[in-house]
Design a protein around this ligand. Structure first.
Ligand code: PMP
Length: 309
């Protein structure tokens, strides 16, 4: 079983979560880790984050995740309460403290607490949180086998002129609202349009379509997903044509295949859009080849940073 097949069994009461959380310089038991109710991350979504995973004893593409996190910090003028050069070690220490070999790793930086008036972004004391959880697939049980049914939602992705989606930021409310639209339509996942009416992302996932044997992923208005980059890399290695372009709803309706990519779920086929089957409604061969190569890449430790003992 690959790590992406792990699905929730029973919810742990949030206040009883086990493990350790690094917060503002201290490693705390998870149920004692706190931040202020006046934190800008909570009050305004004024923060950025990154999500990574570890499997087979390695953190996958750790440096790539760190670089993306630094870009998010830079683009939002966010600072850390520690020197940026210490961040890598803090994350490694938190992974080690939690003793998990297969883990979901999250690093969150917020503008923190400010003097009043509260919305003023100046003179704040920034917050940094690192936590590690057992890895559980975002996609849910059995979805790798059946594929996801999706709904193209009325809720659009926030446009780059409002808030660039390349910043991995804490403003997920529009993604949550899109998810509710999908739930109300009895679909597994939402697909959001960009301002030009092209399909860009699902909540927490990048999107791929396969048309005429070519793998396509949107060129803009999306997060620079690490898994997306990995799919492009794998296509190169396997000699599968891959282009960065645009995906209209039309392209999905007539696609041979479609799939989503995410750190928190791996590669998940999409087999239905707005009630219509994609091709024969089953996960396709191109997805299968790329997924197998992704699994092999994780097992091999290639692109992996060893988890410290
Ligand atoms: N798009 C959005 C909006 C996301 O939140 C995520 C995952 N956090 C992705 C795409 C996938 O990115 P990655 O492959 O780096 O997990």
């Amino acid at each position: 079983m690959s790590i992406q097949e792990k699905v929730p069994v029973a919810a742990e009461a949030p206040t009883r979560r086990k493990g350790y959380v690094w917060v503002n310089g201290e490693m705390k038991p998870a149920d004692q880790a706190v931040v202020s109710v006046f934190d800008h991350g909570l009050l305004y979504g004024d923060g950025v984050f990154d999500t990574m995973f570890a499997t087979h004893g390695y953190i996958f593409k750790f440096q790539e995740h760190l670089e993306r996190f630094r870009r998010s910090l830079r683009a939002t003028r966010m600072s850390l309460p520690i020197p940026e050069s210490d961040l890598e070690q803090v994350i490694l220490d938190t992974v080690a403290a939690n003793g998990l070999r297969e883990a979901y790793i999250k690093v969150v930086a917020t503008r923190g607490e400010s003097p009043e008036p509260l919305l003023d972004p100046r003179n704040t004391v920034p917050t940094l949180i690192v936590f590690v959880r057992p890895y559980l697939s975002l996609a849910g049980a059995g979805k790798r086998e059946t594929g996801l049914s999706t709904k193209i939602t009325a809720t659009q992705r926030v446009g780059h002129a409002a808030l660039d989606p390349r910043v991995k930021n804490l403003n997920y409310l529009n993604l949550v609202m899109a998810k509710f639209e999908a739930i109300n339509a009895n679909a597994d996942e939402a697909l959001l349009l960009d301002e030009d009416g092209f399909v860009c992302e699902a909540p927490g996932y990048n999107l791929f379509a396969v048309r005429n044997g070519v793998v396509i992923t949107p060129d803009r208005g999306v997060l620079e997903g690490i898994t997306r980059e990995t799919v492009i890399e794998i296509c190169g290695e396997l000699g599968i044509p891959c282009t960065i372009g645009s995906i209209a709803p039309f392209d999905l309706f007539v696609a041979e295949e479609a799939f989503l990519s995410s750190t928190a779920a791996g590669l998940i086929p999409v087999t239905k859009v707005d009630g219509a089957l994609i091709a024969d409604g089953r996960p396709g061969p191109v997805w299968k080849r790329i997924d197998a190569a992704y699994d092999e890449m994780q097992r091999s430790g290639r692109h992996g940073t060893p988890i410290p003992a």
